[in-house]
Design a protein around this ligand. Structure first.
Ligand SMILES: *Cc1c(COP(=O)(O)O)cnc(C)c1O
Length: 421
């Protein structure tokens, strides 16, 4: 057993797991399978990878790319350094979020789903939540609006139809509620799909005039439609995305969104809006179960500081999204020149991903070579994730940071040399 385990050293697994793989193989009467079992285990370990898919927010790659900002050691997660007393863990991100979105108050939880769950469980437990039938959506990863709503203890009141929901539909539903009901209006961004053609939905300002608080689940986490952190005007591919600042000024009482989509930060969820409602959410015992840890808060704070100081290059997502296509083309050509052989450059269309800006693409450039080489690229260190299109393997440079170009070049050289051998 020990000899088999030692033969698996190349997997990088600790001895304990190599022994487990050896045992499993021997128990199945196939000692020769130990490599396969160990490789299977190793494939699940988190490690840095190069995302050459051209999908900037890739769900399988943890959505927004992150830097390594963790300093190690202790941090003042709940210590207010100005008084030496116990503080609140989300105060710094709350200050930044307020300044960046115009919200009266804000707090953070572990993901967007938790933010919506907390908002509904706090404002609408046992109460009616009025939602358009066109917004009872499923976002990837099993997030279904009706199920989250049920889990929060709120009562779903569906209005309108899949393609059309008018103001009068909401008005009728509200007028039919018992006088003692405390309804909430929920507006959910459809995120990963679009209904086109014969459609109608009720804009947020009209909903806000109806009286009950409007909770807007924005999903994507665009802070401000004007993108003041970018050098030029807002990119065209953002046009369909709702933004926190504008949703709040149009009358949303509370907005919820993810930290790792268009915000470009860590997996987190944000609630922002009226101070009274945010404070109510933070006092809910559920908050204790949904609150983020110090690692997430440090990363979220760093991301929001970069927005505040207009250092968009320090947010990997925005740095990738805002690179001119010509620069990508030049990088691709430089790599292709040095690799030679069958590797060449083509135009490509990158995507935002993570359900944001569905159907929109961003001009990009890719390296390509004939055939499907995805497995060979995945076995590189670090692994490179590519895509196959029309029988060719494409490495789209919009989702690759320029620091990684040398690694991509090395991997392609190895691939080309291996194919020639
Ligand atoms: C992505 C999304 C969510 C879920 O957010 P997570 O951070 O993945 O939990 C909820 N609502 C909408 C509209 C979304 O787009």
């Amino acid at each position: 057993m020990d000899a088999i385990a030692r033969s698996l050293a190349e997997t990088g697994l600790p001895h304990l797991l190599r022994v487990a793989a050896a045992r499993e193989a021997v128990a199945a009467g196939a000692a020769g399978d130990a490599d396969r079992i160990a490789a299977g285990m190793a494939g699940h370990f988190l490690r840095p990878v190069i995302n050459a898919t051209g999908i900037l927010l890739h769900t399988n790659l943890g959505r927004a790319p992150l830097g390594e900002r963790s300093q190690g050691g202790a941090a003042n997660v709940e210590l207010d350094l100005s008084t030496g007393r116990r503080g609140q863990r989300t105060t710094s991100v709350s200050l930044l979020l307020r300044a960046l979105t115009g919200a009266e108050a804000a707090t953070a939880v572990n993901n967007g789903a938790a933010a919506l769950l907390l908002a509904l469980a706090t404002l609408a437990r046992g109460e009616p939540v009025v939602v358009s039938r066109g917004e009872l959506v499923e976002i990837g990863g099993g997030f279904r609006v009706p199920e989250v709503l049920a889990a929060s203890g709120a009562r779903l009141v569906e209005v309108g139809t899949t393609n059309k929901t008018r103001l009068s539909d909401y008005e009728r539903a509200l007028s039919e509620l018992p006088a003692e009901a405390k309804p909430v209006l929920l507006k959910v961004h459809q995120s990963n799909y679009r209904i086109v053609g014969f459609t109608e939905s009720t804009p947020l300002p009209e909903l806000a005039r109806l009286g009950p608080p409007v909770v807007a689940d924005l999903g994507s986490g665009l802070l401000d439609a004007e993108t003041p952190w970018l050098p030029g005007p807002p990119p065209r591919w953002l046009a369909g995305e709702p933004a926190a600042r504008q949703s709040l000024s149009e009358g949303a009482a509370l907005v919820t969104f993810s930290g790792d989509k268009l915000l470009g930060g860590p997996q987190a969820g944000v609630l922002a809006g009226a101070a009274e409602l945010v404070e109510q959410c933070a006092r809910n015992p559920l908050y204790r179960a949904l609150r983020p840890g110090g690692l997430v808060l440090a990363e979220l704070q760093a991301t929001l500081l970069a927005y505040a100081e207009r250092r968009y290059e320090d947010i990997a997502f925005w740095r990738m999204a805002a690179t001119p296509a010509l620069q990508l083309r030049q990088r691709a050509e430089a790599i292709a020149d040095r690799v030679g052989g069958p590797v060449a450059v083509c135009d490509s269309r990158a995507e935002v991903g993570a359900g944001s800006s569905p159907g929109e693409t961003i001009e990009s450039a890719a390296l390509f070579l004939p055939g499907d080489h995805r497995d060979a690229l995945l076995s590189q260190r670090p692994p490179i994730v590519a895509r196959v299109e029309g029988g060719r393997t494409l490495l789209d440079l919009r989702s690759v940071l320029p620091e990684d170009d040398g690694t991509v070049e090395g991997a392609l050289k190895q691939l080309v040399a291996g194919a020639g051998a």
